[in-house]
Design a protein around this ligand. Sequence first.
Ligand code: IVH
Length: 355
Amino acid sequence: MSFDPSHLRTISVNELTSETAEIEIDRLIVEINSHDKSYHQKDAPVISDGQYDLLRQRLLAIENAFPLLVHPDSPSGKVGAVVKSGFKKIKHSRPMLSLGNVFSDDELQDFADGIRRFLKELKDNPSAPLEMVAEPKIDGVSIALRYEKGILVQAATRGDGAVGEDVSENAKTLKDIPKNIQDAPDVLEVRGEVYMTKPDFAKLNKAQEKQDGKVFANPRNAAAGSLRQLDSNITKERPLSFFAYAWGDVSKMPWDTQWGYLECLKKWGFKVNPLTSLCSDIASLLTAYEKIGHERATLPYDIDGVVYKVNRLDWQERLGFVARAPRWAVAHKFPAQKAETILNKITVRLAAPGC
Ligand code: IVH
C-alpha cells in the first residue's frame, strides 16, 4: 500500500518524526511557493491571508523543531515575491524588510519586554517610558520613492526585498506622490504603501468586467496589478492612492524620532495615515489597536493590523534587525475578517458517459 502524505497536514508538530517532518516540510514549501506565486506574480491569491499565515507558522514551527531539516531555499527565509519579468530591476540601497507579527496582548507584552531587556537603560529602569508610534498596517503594495535634490527620480517595488522592479513612470502618475519636494535632504528615499480604496476597486472591477478585462480578487491585488503595468498610460487611468510611513537611503536625517519623520513627510506634501498615534505605554498601544480595529469596517481602504514602531531612532538603530525583520517594530494583526458568501446559482455539468 502506498503512503499518502496528505494526512500529515492534520498532525500536530510534536507528533511528527524526522521522516514525516521532512515530507511535511516539502509539502508546505511547495504549497507556500505556489501561493506566493499566485499572490505576487499573478496578483490572484487563492487562499485568505489568515490561511497563508497558518501555513508559514506551521513551516516555521516544524523547522524550529527539526533544524537539521531546514531547506537552504525555504520560504521561511524569504521576504516576499520574486521579481516579475518585463521590468528593469533595481537593487534597493537598503533592503525592504518584513515585519514580525503578534496576534495577542500577551505577545505584544513579550515584544515590549524583549526591547526592555535589550536596551540597558530600560532594563535598569523598568518605569522609564518606551514610546512607540501606532500606525494602521495598510494592505497594499510597498514602494520606495527616491528623491534627488527634491526631484522624484526613481520608484521601485519591494520585489524580493533586495531587488525590486522599476515602476518610476507609473509612480509619477499617482496624485498622492509628489514629483518635487522642498527643503528635503539631497538624497531621500520615502517608503510607503500604494493602495486602492474600496469604492475605487468596485468601480474598476465593474469597468473591467464590462470590457472583458481582468477582474481583481481584492483591492490589494488591484493596486499591485495597476502599479505593475508595463504601459504607464494604463496606470494613469487607475485610481491609486499612497500613504508614506518609512525611509530608506537618506543623505542627512533632520529627524530623530519616527513621529518627527511623519511630521517632515506631511510638510513635504505626503499623505500620512490620520489614525497614527504616539503611545507611551502598552495600555495606550492596545487602546490604539482597539480604536483602529473599531474603525476598520468603515474605513474606505483595507488594513490588516496595526504596526508599532519604537519612536526613538537611536534606540531603533541599537535594536537593529533579526531574521530580516526589525527588532524595533512589529505588526499586531487583526483576526481574519469573517465574510458571508451568498450563493445565487449553481450550474451542474454532467459528464458524458464514459468520460
Ligand atoms: S514599516 C522594516 N509601516 O507591511 C519594516 N509597513 O510586513 C518597514 N505595511 O512591507 C515596514 N503598513 O508593505 C510599515 N505603517 C506601516 C505599514 C507597513 C503596511 C506593510 C509594508 C511592509 C509590510 C511588512
